[in-house]
Design a protein around this ligand. Sequence first.
Ligand SMILES: Nc1ncnc2c1ncn2[C@@H]1O[C@H](COP(=O)(O)OP(=O)(O)OP(=O)(O)O)[C@@H](O)[C@H]1O
Length: 248
Amino acid sequence: MSLSVEKVSRSFSGDVAVKDVTFHAEKGEVIGLLGTSGCGKSTVLRAISGLDTGYEGTIKVNGEQSRSVNKDLGIIFQEARLMPWLTVLENVYFGLEGDKKEKREKAIQLLKQVGLEGFEHYYPKQLSGGMAQRTAIARALVTEPTTLLLDEPFSALDAFTKLQLQDMLLDLWNSYRPTMVIVTHDIDEALYLCDRIVILKGQPGEVYDNIKIRKPKPRSKSDIELVKMKERILKALELGKEPLVREA
Ligand SMILES: Nc1ncnc2c1ncn2[C@@H]1O[C@H](COP(=O)(O)OP(=O)(O)OP(=O)(O)O)[C@@H](O)[C@H]1O
């Protein structure tokens, strides 16, 4: 098991934000954490990342208990969070250790893969939102993490750029095969990218449904099975209180 989240609960000042959240990912599996605003998606992701350690329960990444920020993890946020005084290239290799020439070569290769060849010496203020996010994705992948955590990575982008970056992420996943957890509000995005969708619901947020998607990728957005799953997810987000399925 590449990622195991077992009965994770988190309270803030006595208020329970998420309760007994459990799900698992095989190596290279792409998990979508889906749910309405405030149900605790980012709270769960922060616990997995090791940025937050105040939770109850157990999280294991590659079999190891995760209680601190881990080199095996790459994190991508909604905003690119680049360092403004560094170039695109320097931002990408900043966290790498070792020989400078090798670091630069690795970063240049990643920048090529995210479509930023020729922009290596730009500064963040010269980039569009999509270019900044491409840089952030290159930075997260340059260390070749086994696990990539993405917190609403495309939600600040325009619709067209978002579709382009979803395809780019699929290509990168094909090259590096990290296990991924993507927090999103966007059902279409989850159905396009994910092998499993975990639906959180309620306050405190609990796992309401856990749907395995066996369709090979890339997928057609009008695929009839995916359309049916979308209906199931919409229903899950609107109706009912009891969990449907713990894990398919
Ligand atoms: N550091 C914190 N201190 C206090 N409360 C917090 C903290 N982090 C999260 N919460 C609370 O936990 C609950 C879940 O928040 P979280 O951001 O995880 O939800 P979310 O599903 O990611 O929401 P959104 O989709 O709007 O980003 C909310 O009620 C939020 O106010």
